[in-house]
Design a binder for this molecule. Structure first.
Ligand code: SAH
Length: 215
């Protein structure tokens, strides 16, 4: 059954909430309206999928709160057809939002089960990101440079390896801190070796694993 257009009223209310919370990028709001989040969460949580909250996915991981997805995506300041690298595919929801916005999406996931299931889910829904099973703290050198890099897990510091995979003018959005609380950080690459950093409010993400994560 095609239930892509289920929950239309709830989706509209979610978009209004995000707007009220300061999300102004209309491409971000439209993508969140369109992507069927209820198909990215575990079945029993489908009814809560358009509430502004984080929900469990498999392997003790979580799909971020819609506000967090919207906030991080807005900070990337994307234009159609840009190349975006995501670290932490998880359910594939953030990747779907980026695809819906017309980006060329590359996403790395370290957990095999999540990688496989996200791949099947995204294909089924008609999204076509490039997906890699591996340690995303190393980035994805093959397709660099990226106009945007979005890290959807908590990083102990600004990942140097990822900075170097940014295009000049490109932006990386990464939550930086300890395992309990992180500051949303934007790094813009100004030239070959000049970067500018700005910080925003605090969030709580699951930890980034791997070589440059928490291990
Ligand atoms: N963006 C996802 C949610 C991410 S939750 C979504 O839209 O559903 C964080 C994810 O990062 C988890 O799936 C976790 O397995 C993954 N992860 C943690 N460390 C990683 C690493 N070093 N490389 C790639 N993925 C990683």
């Amino acid at each position: 059954m095609d239930d892509t257009y289920k929950y239309l009223g709830k989706r509209k209310r979610l978009v209004e909430q995000l707007r009220a919370a300061g999300i102004t990028d209309t491409r971000v709001l439209q993508a969140i309206f369109k992507v069927p989040r209820h198909l990215f969460v575990e079945g029993v949580f489908a009814d809560q999928a358009y509430e502004n909250k984080a929900l469990p996915i498999k392997e003790e991981q979580t799909i971020s709160q819609p506000f967090t997805v919207a906030f991080q995506t807005q900070l990337l300041q994307l234009q159609p057809n840009m190349k975006v690298l995501e670290i932490g595919t998880g359910s594939g929801y953030q990747a779907a939002v980026l695809c819906e916005m017309g980006m060329r999406v590359f996403s790395v996931e370290i957990n095999e089960t999540l990688h496989r299931e996200a791949k099947e889910r995204l294909r089924r829904l008609g999204y076509q990101p490039y997906l890699l099973l591996g340690d995303g703290s190393l980035g994805w050198p093959r397709y660099q440079p990226y106009d945007g890099i979005i890290v959807t897990a908590a990083s102990p510091k600004i990942p140097e390896t990822l900075k170097r995979q940014l295009a000049i003018g490109g932006r990386m959005v990464v939550p930086v801190g300890d395992k309990h609380l992180q500051t949303m950080t934007v790094v813009q690459r100004l030239s070959t070796d000049r970067y500018q950093t700005e910080t925003h409010q605090q969030f709580k993400f699951v930890p980034l694993r791997g070589k440059y994560g928490f291990g």
